[in-house]
Write a protein that binds this ligand. Structure first.
Ligand SMILES: C[S@@+](CC[C@H](N)C(=O)[O-])C[C@H]1O[C@@H](n2cnc3c(N)ncnc32)[C@H](O)[C@@H]1O
Length: 245
């Protein structure tokens, strides 16, 4: 997969793509990153990328020209791909695991990181294919948002995680929150690991995990259970949990 980023602050990405899984996928040639400062595409003498908003008001607005030219350049570099051009934007679709899974199927992603007060509406309407928000809060720029999306998409690529199973049970991947996990020691300051996990009985362990996953989702994120398809047995467990709570 090719992941391109258009930003005014390329240095912000170095630590993230140079560490951990994002670095490893690059070494394994599963992903190639290109981080471009879109100021270099500005066609004016002072390389300005923003200007005052028409109609007045506070803050600066990103001009369309540098970003349109930058995206054209990236598309020419990868002529056979049909890239998704993603604008990080608080007004966009809220980012979810389902969206990460959808983007992980693509060959080429281009992230457009805004900064300042906003961007010319023609960027939103005519340049990008997706607008993504990482939550109902305002960041200084789209860079942190792009890194969040890049990280979550990258770990879904086949071969990126050491153990292929690792992302299968992640919270949200199953539509539920993940079950609790324990490791050594069995007894830490009198706090014991549940017996079933030490029993070696795989079926009992799976059942315990599924129940805990349901219980945790019911307590913390009941909204995820709305419309969720459950087996008859799971529905019975859930009804019992509701009665007991
Ligand atoms: C200060 S914000 C501009 C907010 C804009 N005035 C508005 O109300 O929609 C600057 C940039 O940060 C990015 N940004 C801010 N909050 C974000 C969020 N929740 N998710 C993704 N990107 C965000 C966007 O790229 C945005 O253009």
């Amino acid at each position: 997969m090719q992941m391109d980023v258009l930003t005014l602050f390329p240095e912000m990405f170095h630590g993230v793509i140079g560490s951990s899984i994002l670095k490893k996928v690059q070494e394994k040639q599963l992903v190639s990153y290109r981080i471009e400062d879109f100021r270099q595409f500005a066609d004016n003498k002072h390389q300005r990328v923003d200007d005052y908003p028409y109609g007045g008001g506070a803050g600066m607005v990103l001009m369309p020209q540098p970003l349109f030219d930058a995206v054209d350049y990236l598309k020419k570099e990868q002529p056979t791909s049909k890239p998704r051009v993603i604008l990080l934007c608080p007004q966009g679709e809220r980012f979810t695991q389902a969206k990460a899974e959808e983007l992980a199927q693509e060959e080429h992603l281009i992230f457009v990181c805004g900064h300042y007060e906003g961007y010319d509406e023609r960027i939103r309407e005519h340049l990008v294919t997706d607008e993504i928000s990482i939550g109902d809060f305002i960041l200084t720029g789209g860079e942190l948002g792009a890194m969040v999306v890049m990280d979550s998409v990258t770990r879904l690529l086949k071969g990126s995680l050491g153990n292929e199973e690792s992302s299968v049970h992640d919270s949200f991947s199953t539509g539920l929150l993940e079950h609790p996990q324990y490791t050594r020691p069995r007894d830490f300051r009198g706090l014991k690991v549940p017996d079933v996990l030490l029993s070696g009985h795989h079926q009992d362990i799976e059942e315990w995990r599924r129940k805990e996953s349901l219980k945790r989702t019911l307590t913390r994120r009941p909204d995820l259970l709305e419309g969720k398809e459950l087996s008859e047995r799971e529905q019975q467990w859930l009804d019992d949990m509701k009665k007991d709570s």
